[in-house]
Design a protein around this ligand. Structure first.
Ligand SMILES: Cc1cc2nc3c(=O)[nH]c(=O)nc-3n(C[C@H](O)[C@H](O)[C@H](O)COP(=O)(O)OP(=O)(O)OC[C@H]3O[C@@H](n4cnc5c(N)ncnc54)[C@H](O)[C@@H]3O)c2cc1C
Length: 426
């Protein structure tokens, strides 16, 4: 195929099999066209989209094959978390993925990946066994600890910088099919007490138990009385990956953190919990995020978050704290591209609004919150939460592993063909 240059290079190749990927790459290279790679198209930076170039769209490649005997999953690059969870749960298995089921497995994995199972079983990359990759040179190679191990090192956190992954192989664990999970909702007025008790509680909570924090205006959840809807709340999402009766005992102190507006916790299918946050994250809104890593949450950091939570700029805006202490902390920071193995909490501001007229106001709010919480944050950043305007943060995001990544980029993609990402410029 050749492009005659007479029309603007603005096209989408919708791959219908992984065999299409090298052809699409070859076409872009031969014609000097900018290219982007789309998994499920979920990333906040929007780098899967390419205005005047060629988007290699993998989103139709959603097959997930489970090998129950070996406890392995083989996942195509357009699969969403829901596809993976549904297939693996047919065998009572899962691997750590994120908390919104429309997210792509590809982008999530290449940046790191964490969710409800992370405290117990590590990050998504800690469960990656191998990947098939189409390199910038157009070759298809396997990357694992045994084959092309330098590339495998880079793929686990280095994003889309090193090639196009056409298949992921993951380790699975026995999970569910039912888990104990749900929400406890406290008034924002009790946030100082609730968040301090939360921090102290999770310090010694077993790794099967994950409790996160979402601070926002109460959505119209059916278990909350109508007069609570729209009020400021501190939500504690709770997930227990072990024996349900044991989990019931372990979570009971969470109910004493204050006078809750309500709770909805119980036994439910793992796949259902994996979709519990989807209704808050429907497509179409305008989004802008900022994110910091934390080794601990000081009283001062919590107080600032609470102060800002009292004046969130829109009803959909939220401050979120994810808990990642446990298995991820036992991996060496040099083991793979993702370096920040000391991190225990990730605090995000999830900016979300409807109208372009609010863009400036809403983005400024997020940036201000990011600046005032910065002194309490630890080093680095999670690339999957970085926006398109944070290219100056990439080296810091990779911290001590950045120079090794640079070296790897020069080996696998010296011409920077894969540059629409959080780019490691060779
Ligand atoms: C609402 C929401 C909730 C989220 N929750 C979590 C969470 O709980 N945990 C978590 O860890 N993260 C979470 N994330 C972040 C998520 O991991 C990233 O947005 C991720 O990049 C999405 O992957 P995708 O394939 O859908 O993205 P895409 O936008 O399709 O891709 C993102 C980038 O990845 C690269 N890429 C994608 N596919 C390939 C491929 N096959 N080969 C090479 N490069 C590729 C490209 O550079 C592309 O620009 C969340 C994001 C959102 C918006």
């Amino acid at each position: 195929m050749e492009w005659d240059g007479s029309t603007p290079a603005a096209a989408i190749v919708q791959c219908s099999s992984v065999a299409d990927v090298p052809h699409a790459l070859h076409f872009a290279r031969q014609n000097g066209i900018e290219l982007s790679v789309r998994g499920a198209g979920h990333n906040i930076a929007g780098n899967a989209v390419c205005d005047d170039g060629l988007m290699i769209d993998l989103s139709n490649l959603r097959n997930v094959r489970i090998d129950p005997a070996k406890q392995r999953a083989h996942v195509e690059p357009g699969a969403r978390l829901a596809d993976f969870d549904a297939a693996a749960q047919q065998h009572g298995m899962a691997t750590p993925l994120g908390i919104n089921s429309t997210t792509g497995v590809a982008g999530l994995t290449l940046g790191g990946g964490f969710g409800w199972l992370t405290r117990k079983y590590g990050m998504t990359i800690d469960n990656l066994i191998s990947a098939d990759v189409v390199t910038a040179a157009g070759e298809t190679v396997r990357a694992s600890e045994e084959e092309n191990s330098d590339l495998f090192w880079g793929l686990r956190g280095g994003g889309g910088n090193f090639g196009i992954v056409t298949n992921f192989e993951f380790q699975l664990h026995k999970v569910g099919p039912e888990v104990l999970a749900g929400l406890i909702v406290y008034p924002l007025e009790q946030a100082h007490q609730v968040l301090r008790r939360y921090r102290d509680f999770v310090e010694s909570a077993p790794e099967e138990l994950s409790v996160w924090v979402v601070i926002r205006q109460a959505p119209p959840l059916p278990f909350l009385s109508e007069d609570v809807h729209g009020k400021g709340v501190v939500v504690l999402p709770v997930f227990y990956a072990g024996e349900i009766s044991e989990g019931e005992k372990l979570i009971s102190p969470l109910r004493g953190f204050g006078d809750a507006y309500g709770e909805h916790i119980g036994r439910q299918p793992y796949v259902q919990w994996q979709q519990a946050f989807d209704p808050l994250l429907t497509p179409g809104a305008r989004n802008y995020w900022k994110s910091h890593n934390f080794i601990d949450l000081s009283d001062d950091a919590l107080d600032i978050a609470i102060e800002y939570a009292h004046r969130l700029p829109t009803p959909q805006y939220e401050i979120f704290i994810g808990l990642v202490s446990g298995a991820p902390n036992r991996v060496s920071s040099e083991a793979m591209a993702y370096a920040h193995r000391d991190v225990k909490f990730i605090m995000n501001v999830h900016g979300r609004w409807e109208s372009a007229a609010d863009d400036q106001r809403c983005k400024s709010w997020a940036r201000e919150f990011f600046t005032v919480t910065q002194p309490y944050a630890s080093a680095g950043a999670y690339v999957n939460f970085m926006t398109e305007d944070e290219s100056n943060r990439v080296a810091a995001a990779y911290g001590p592993n950045y120079y090794r990544l640079l070296h790897l980029k020069r080996k696998y993609d010296p011409e920077n063909i894969f540059r629409l990402n959080h780019n490691i410029a060779p």
